[in-house]
Design a protein around this ligand. Structure first.
Ligand code: RUQ
Ligand code: CUA
Length: 656
């Protein structure tokens, strides 16, 4: 026992050492990246478009950023789990409900894995989903508008890491708990973890037309930690695979205690079987509290509903639905190749890469050849499910992607490299360094039957000397490789924003064609919308004052307002009357303790202002919208609480 502990500590120490100082040798890639041939490969001439979109998770920014490939140019940051002053997102009254949870309003999140919706196993570019780790949630972004339109909280979970990956027809987006917890949550001693905590794996259904999410069922698994997951596809469609670690069920010093077992598991879940069971009334409803927040693009307003129960399944209730595949040494990545046959488990502390075979797994299940069981779940024999292993390809394997040509690409965190190897023969074909300490990598079309094996980019955890220094912290670096040839070729370094855990990428055309240019004013159903300057008005209801305001180049209506009193709560409902692409107007008033608003053409948004001082206060447009943008401004007069200044408003004339 002591010995194991020591050797584990040694491995952990090596891990840590490499993490912190793998930057010697000063950017070995510099010379190679200077040839003009390489420059041409990433050059997108002014005014030309990139061929691919990359949607890169923002990690602790809670957001998702949009990049073009091959240029590495950043196009947009999409606010998902955070308040975002750049657009007023979650500061405006309409969007605040999006961040409602059973723990109240949570203005931040930690987002890791985006995944794009699919039809028949191919990326369809309709929606992109992304997880929130900290307060478990899944968000959906509509790729017509690049807006977050739905967020669902995931109950009975903690550290929602093994998500959000979608099945072949976007039947489900899954969420999996990283930390096992008491289910239901209750007050109990931490040291009674073992055997008592549970790990919920959630299958969230996605309605085919609308994309609406709903938790169909949760599988209450043993109290392991669930790390990453991927769906089966093709022949393995109907199954989902999750890596586990801490099968030791340790509750302290996990860096040592969770590295004891020689093998942890990949959990194989036959969701089709469980779905059938559930459709026949199986499972039981359990009380649970979780928020479901939906943004309506016609009222331009989000609503939040608190759900009260969730359907849970105990895996032993559905025989033949859940199995464990032994996988060496705390596997992190869990990746399924485009054919659906191979399941790659990357043991972080393992010397070799383990690849399981789906057909062998089925055969072993059929033959009922088990090595044992854990909490009633059958454990298959390692040798029975093993397709092969890649021998000593590198140190600290994390994630694998595929090019659709029979090759796999695995990242190695400790040895800082991407290794290309061949499925079936398991031979290493090429390796290229990354700068530095790579985490995930992405090939456009990655999690699908049809990856587009032209580009691959690595997302590195440590940047060091790759860019001009920016104080103690550097943005993480991504590196783009050309993978169209036998050998990988490094093309470009580009900085990312926040921590890019994973990215989803695709050819640009599908998204480009569907991209929305304006919101149609005629379809605006916002209750406080004003559709022309003559609709503009100011209405008092007790101490609430509602200003129905319009914007059009280059004025606000009204732009002079009087009769506001201290103690009033002032609602600026701003409708942008423009119907032209890319002409938002902004709104901000002095002393407001929310952010500005950025109102898209045809949209209505609301800012609340509770003035604290008597005076005449200006408001203005924050977005440079026209030659007379600077003139787009107005005044609001705030009088003492007991004043009798009447409520009045105007535009283009003096208030009488
Ligand atoms: S993580 S670097 Cu996906 Cu959160 Cu592996
Ligand atoms: Cu409207 Cu500037």
């Amino acid at each position: 026992m002591k010995k194991i502990l020591k050797s584990t500590l040694a491995i952990v120490a090596v891990f840590a050492a490499f993490t912190s100082c793998n930057n010697s040798g000063k950017s070995g890639g510099k010379s190679g990246a200077l040839s003009s041939n390489i420059a041409e490969k990433v050059y997108v001439a002014p005014g030309e478009h990139d061929s691919h979109y990359a949607f890169i998770s923002g990690g602790y920014s809670g957001n998702l950023t949009v990049y073009g490939l091959p240029s590495g140019r950043m196009f947009k940051e999409i606010p998902v789990f955070s308040q975002f002053p750049t657009s007023g997102y979650r500061y405006s009254e309409e969007t605040k409900p999006m961040l409602n949870t059973s723990h109240g309003f949570i203005p931040w999140g930690d987002s890791h894995h985006p995944d794009i919706s699919q039809t028949n196993g191919e990326i369809d570019g309709r929606f992109i989903f992304i997880n929130e780790n900290n307060t478990p949630r899944i968000a959906k972004i509509d790729l017509k508008t690049f807006e977050t339109t739905e967020i669902i909280e995931v109950p009975n979970s903690a550290g929602n890491h093994s998500s959000s990956f979608v099945t072949e027809n976007t039947e489900y987006v899954v969420a999996g708990t990283r930390f096992s917890v008491p289910v239901p949550q209750r007050d109990m001693p931490i040291k009674e973890y073992k055997g008592n905590f549970q790990g919920a794996l959630s299958f969230i259904s996605v309605a085919p037309e609308t994309g609406n999410m709903d938790i169909k069922f949760q599988v209450l698994m043993p109290g392991f930690n669930y790390d990453i997951s991927h769906p089966g596809r093709g022949k393995s469609h109907g199954w989902f695979f999750f890596t586990t670690y801490n099968t030791e069920e340790a509750n302290t010093l996990l860096e040592v205690n969770a590295s004891q077992n020689d093998k942890d598991f990949i959990a194989a879940i036959n969701w089709k079987k469980i779905e059938e069971y559930v459709n026949n009334g199986g499972g039981k409803m359990m009380p649970a509290e979780y928020a479901h927040n939906v943004y309506d693009e016609h009222t331009h307003t989000a609503t939040s509903t608190m759900k009260k129960e969730v359907r849970v399944i105990n895996p032993t209730e559905v025989p033949g639905a859940v199995y464990f595949l032994p996988t060496p040494k705390s596997p992190h990545g869990c990746d399924v190749d485009p054919s659906g046959e191979y399941i790659v488990g990357n043991g972080k502390l393992s010397a070799n890469l383990t690849v399981h075979s789906f057909s062998k797994m089925l055969k072993a299940i059929e033959g009922e050849k088990f090595a044992g069981e854990a909490y009633g779940i059958p454990i298959l024999n390692f040798e029975d499910v093993l397709a092969g292993s890649v021998e000593q390809p590198g140190l600290g394997p994390l994630h694998t992607e595929f090019d659709g040509e029979g090759n796999a690409y695995t990242t190695f965190f400790i040895s800082s490299e991407v290794v290309k190897w061949k499925l079936g023969t398991w031979e290493v074909i090429d390796r290229k360094p990354t700068y530095y300490s790579v985490g995930h990598l992405t090939i456009p079309g990655g999690n699908s039957r049809k990856p587009q094996g032209k580009y691959m980019f690595a997302m590195n955890k440590i940047t060091k000397d790759r860019y001009l220094p920016t104080g103690p912290e550097m943005e993480h670096s991504a590196q783009l490789y050309d993978i169209s040839g036998e050998k990988m070729e490094l093309l470009l370094d580009f900085p990312t924003h926040g921590e890019p855990h994973y990215a989803a990428a695709m050819e640009a055309d599908l998204v480009k064609e569907r991209s929305q240019k304006i919101y149609n004013l005629e379809e605006n159903k916002h209750p406080y919308a004003a559709f022309s300057d003559s609709d503009a008005k100011v209405v008092r209801k007790g101490n609430e004052v509602h200003i129905y305001m319009t914007t059009i180049r280059s004025h606000f209506t009204p732009d002079n307002i009087e009769g506001i009193k201290l103690g009033d709560k002032v609602f600026f409902h701003v409708t942008n009357l423009e119907q032209d692409f890319d002409v938002p107007h902004g709104f901000a008033v002095l002393g407001q303790n929310t952010s500005e608003l950025l109102v898209m053409p045809g949209q209505t948004k609301t800012s609340v202002w509770e003035p604290t001082k008597v005076g005449v206060w200006p408001f203005y447009c924050t977005d440079f919208c026209s030659a007379l943008h600077q003139e787009m401004q107005g005044y609001i007069r705030v009088s003492p609480k007991n004043s009798d200044v009447p409520l009045k408003w105007s535009m283009g004339e003096d208030i009488e």
